[in-house]
Design a protein around this ligand. Structure first.
Ligand code: ZN
Length: 163
């Protein structure tokens, strides 16, 4: 079942990419992703405690704790909860913040909302399939997007490219 869903998501991702390349419109086909709807108890049994705290409770891991900060191999960063591909290694950069950082995201794979937990509103983003919290996006990133997706490493799984 899981494999079928992953395959479907990959196909949706490729299809989205191809269509977006043609239309140039970002995120229009994000709704093609089939949502995962699980209860809090189900997530609790599936995830490690720190994963649950970050992904389901919008927690933030301490800076400089994720091994993915130093990850420089080619590959894909997936949602740790449902394995939806979110970022490619080509979208990663060293922000020096202590969290894995990306200047762009795979088209249609995340959704955003405004978060008022801090005094200033921030843009929260989460996995488009399972709703798992990933991080916040800021407008002080490098070219070409100028964006910085500040991601919790514990919310990601890195899958190195096969050689
Ligand atoms: Zn997910």
């Amino acid at each position: 079942m899981k494999n079928v869903m992953e395959r479907r998501a990959v196909i949706a991702g490729i299809g989205t990419f191809a269509l977006l390349a043609l239309t140039g419109i970002k995120g229009v086909f994000a709704t093609m992703i089939e949502k995962i709807d699980m209860t809090e108890q189900e997530w609790k049994s599936k995830l490690a405690p720190e994963e649950f705290r970050v992904l389901r409770k919008e927690g933030t891991e301490p800076a400089f704790t994720s091994p993915l900060n130093e990850e420089k191999r080619k590959g894909i960063f997936q949602c740790a909860a449902c394995a939806l591909p979110l970022f490619t290694s080509a979208q990663k950069f060293d922000s020096g913040t202590g969290w894995p950082s990306f200047f762009d995201v795979m088209d249609g794979q995340i959704e955003t909302k405004t978060d008022f937990k801090m005094i200033l509103p921030r843009t929260e983003y989460h996995c488009a399939r399972c709703g798992g919290h990933q991080g916040h996006v800021f407008k002080d990133g490098p070219a070409p997007t100028g964006l910085r997706y500040c991601n919790n490493g514990v919310a990601l799984r890195f899958v190195p490219e096969e050689v």
